[in-house]
Design a protein around this ligand. Structure first.
Ligand code: PBG
Ligand code: ZN
Length: 334
């Protein structure tokens, strides 16, 4: 027998030597939820270990994270007044631009700040864009039909992205899934002089039940209907490549696939199809499943988390957005 694959599994030295997948703290982005008020550090029940922070407590937490090397954040705004037109998403007193400017003033280029751009936490109806009623001939017989108007929504999202860039965001991350928003956003940023503000596109985002805990955290669940007319259908693969290529063409800097665990095949396909870096989002439902099973003593948290991170990386993700990032880095799980 001259073929003995076990030879390179003999001990950890040789296993580490031949490992095909290597993780680094550089690849992680850590999400934060920021809200109004002072001295707020409010645990999010559906996401054990994750909190709502006000700007002052956020600063302290970010500082502690920076010490261990968590230097890339994804910011979500929570608790803004909700309106039908989502206008609180870009107002001067808006929570995210406020937080960004304080973070950048305090930490400068030691911290890379990415902001989520979507209006579902800012609209009364909880959709990721502006709702309009189609003209009478297109109306059905029953309840009055409303749809998320693509092009009106893109205008609103562009205003939101610009307000984040003006506050100093290093990168904006549109998560709304409207058509053409990457190109429109790139133009809007460029016209206003923000040629170096990056765009991480949630290019391949599925309509998924894995966002459940997040919608509680961000208070962003749709009040009626679902997101299936703009987020992708889990049954489709070719379409993910189409979406990714469109956003590459429109000027995105990073292409994201979301969720991650149930979509490893998609991460691999997208990675093989684009030349841009590929990120995956290890979303709230994936996080909460691991945390609750670990807390109940059914699984080994560290081992499961690192097995998942390895799988994302092996599938082709260059970048991982995960609520586990702080634990991974701080507890030395790498
Ligand atoms: C907002 C947004 C969502 C997530 C990120 N941005 C929720 C959604 O689309 O309903 C999900 C993040 C997570 O579940 O961790 N559009
Ligand atoms: Zn949204």
């Amino acid at each position: 027998m001259n073929q003995r694959p076990r030879r390179t599994r003999k001990n950890s030295i040789i296993r580490n030597l031949v490992a095909e997948t290597r993780l680094s703290k550089d690849q992680f982005i850590y999400p934060y939820f920021v809200t109004h008020g002072q001295n707020v550090k409010h645990p999010i029940a559906a996401m054990p270990g994750i909190n709502h922070f006000s700007v002052d407590t956020l600063l302290k937490d970010v500082e502690a994270g920076l010490k261990v090397g968590i230097n890339k954040l994804l910011l979500f705004g929570v608790g803004e007044p909700k309106t039908a037109d989502g206008s609180s998403a870009y107002g001067k007193e808006s929570i995210v631009p406020g937080a960004v400017s304080v973070l950048k003033k305090t930490f400068g280029d030691d911290l890379f700040v990415i902001t989520d751009v979507c209006v579902c936490a800012y609209t009364t109806h909880g959709h990721c864009g502006i709702l309009t009623s189609p003209p009478a001939p297109l109306q059905g017989r029953g309840e009055k039909l409303s749809v998320v108007d693509n092009d009106l929504s893109v205008e609103l999202l562009c205003k939101m992205a610009l307000s984040h860039a003006q506050a100093g965001a290093d990168m904006v991350a549109p998560s709304d899934m409207m058509d053409g928003r990457i190109g429109a956003m790139r133009n809007k940023l460029d016209e206003n002089g923000f040629v170096n503000t990056g765009i991480m596109s949630y290019a391949v985002k599925f309509a998924s039940a894995y966002y459940g805990p997040f919608r509680e955290a961000a208070d962003s669940a749709p009040q009626s209907g679902d997101r299936k007319s703009y987020q992708m259908d889990a049954r489709n693969g070719n379409e993910t490549v189409r979406e990714a290529l469109l956003d590459e063409e429109e000027g995105a800097d990073i292409i994201m696939v979301k969720p991650a665990l149930a979509y490893l095949d998609i991460i691999q396909r997208v990675k093989e199809s684009v030349l841009l870096p590929v990120a995956c989002y290890n979303v709230s439902g994936e996080y909460t499943m691991v945390k609750t099973a670990a807390a109940a003593g059914y699984i080994d948290e560290q081992k499961i988390v690192m097995e998942n991170m390895t799988a994302f990386t092996r599938a082709g993700a260059d970048i991982i957005i995960t609520y586990h990032a702080r634990d991974i880095v701080e507890k030395g799980w790498l």
